[in-house]
Design a protein around this ligand. Structure first.
Ligand code: ADP
Ligand code: MG
Length: 298
């Protein structure tokens, strides 16, 4: 393609909300034959909401959520925000709920949070966070988790003084049109893969809903990047689509990194292409634009 064609291509992209950072990114996009998608905020809407709670101890929901919110209000995680929002529903009599003080707050990346609230040790997070603290997960909690994950929701365990006291279910539905995007990519001979820090059960259910066959769950940020490199080593030209801080290493490692416009600044910085409208369809817009630019004029 001539420099003019590349300029036209990037211009057309920009006018459609697909920000291409330079000619190299536009050129690489038409060679992509494998796309690695992050789950939360990329394939899903990314606005999780609490949809269910199950308590295993004699405790009122209002008190339970007061405990959990006291810890989660210190976390930036979207799941934490969902929990605090939900906790506020029990405090509608107050203008701005004041949560009890959380001492010794610790955020365990990819697992959950810990704090001392009202002199009790509170641990909120996934299975492995409980196991790391030698907290037994009772059979009824495991049963509830399995049901939650089967419904493509995320289950969070709450332990108070070393005992699992409740499980809450958080739902983050697929973006509209996500399934169509994956099937269109398939018809374009582009393979789709999903990587996520979420658990295997939820990950598999979401993958089934969206029509993705290859899944990697419970991954750390470096593992997302390693997966990209592994695919490259086996001959794929790889695009990564993500929105989070934890996607940044993979966005950099990919031949083409695509960030969701509504995502974190760090992801947008790390990417070669930014999907300003946060629409998954624009993954296809970008590839099409590149294919047109680089097959027309030679
Ligand atoms: P993702 O890649 O889906 O954005 P993360 O790596 O951020 O996921 O988190 C993985 C898992 O760790 C979450 O699905 C959740 O179970 C748990 N987790 C992380 N942060 C929190 C938190 N603040 N409160 C409760 N659970 C959390
Ligand atoms: Mg994400």
């Amino acid at each position: 393609a001539t420099p003019t064609a590349v300029m036209v291509g990037t211009g057309v992209g920009a006018s459609q909300g697909v920000l291409i950072k330079g000619g190299q990114a536009l050129e690489s996009a038409h060679k992509v034959n494998c796309i690695v998608f992050d789950k939360t905020g990329t394939l899903t809407v990314g606005k999780p909401v609490v949809v269910n709670t199950k308590l295993f101890k004699n405790m009122v929901l209002r008190d339970f959520y007061e405990f959990v919110a006291a810890a989660e209000v210190n976390s930036e995680h979207p799941l934490a925000k969902a929990i605090v929002e939900y906790a506020k529903k029990f405090r509608e009599d107050e203008e701005t709920p004041v949560w009890p003080e959380a001492r010794d707050f610790v955020s365990v990346t990819g697992h959950g949070v810990k704090a001392i609230v009202r002199n009790k040790e509170l641990i909120v997070g996934n299975r492995s966070l409980m196991l790391d603290h030698n907290i037994a997960i009772p059979a009824d909690a495991e049963e509830m988790l399995a049901e939650i994950e089967e419904m493509a929701q995320t289950g969070i365990l709450i332990s108070i003084d070393q005992e699992v006291t409740g499980v809450l279910a958080i739902s983050d539905p697929l973006k509209p049109g996500a399934r169509e995007v994956i099937s269109t990519l398939k018809s374009m001979k582009v393979r789709s893969i999903m990587v996520t820090g979420d658990n295997w059960g939820t990950a598999n259910s979401i993958a089934r809903e969206v029509g993705i066959e290859t899944v990697m769950a419970e991954t750390k940020p470096e593992q997302k990047a390693e997966k990209v490199k592994e695919l490259q080593a086996s001959g794929y030209v790889v695009a990564m689509v993500g929105d989070g801080i934890n996607d940044s290493p993979a966005l950099v490692a990919a031949d083409v990194g695509m960030a969701i416009g509504a995502g974190t600044d760090i992801a947008i910085e790390a990417a070669d292409i930014v999907l300003m409208k946060s629409n998954l369809e624009d993954v296809i817009t970008a590839i099409d634009l590149s294919r047109k630019t680089f097959s027309r004029i030679r």
